[in-house]
Design a protein around this ligand. Structure first.
Ligand code: FES
Length: 75
């Protein structure tokens, strides 16, 4: 009676964005936002990362996930 070893590996969140970087970090000076509302991607599927391009809609439909952007609003 042999026991099977199952190796569970967590999946990466980021499928393809800037994979050559050790850690993807973006910073924004909020007072310098050019538009009254800017949406930043949190799903890692945007073609305009770090900005949201609406790609989360397709991802959510395909996976049942519920991710959406971070909205920065200029006062
Ligand atoms: Fe990623 Fe909208 S495309 S949050």
């Amino acid at each position: 009676n042999q026991r099977r070893m199952v190796v569970v590996r967590a999946e990466a969140i980021n499928p393809e964005i800037r994979k050559n970087e050790d850690k993807v970090v973006d910073s924004v000076i909020v007072s310098e936002l050019s538009k009254p509302l800017t949406a930043y991607c949190r799903c890692w599927r945007s073609g305009t990362f770090p900005l949201c391009d609406g790609g989360h809609v397709k991802h959510n439909k395909a996976t049942g996930d519920n991710v959406g952007p971070l909205l920065l609003k200029k006062q």
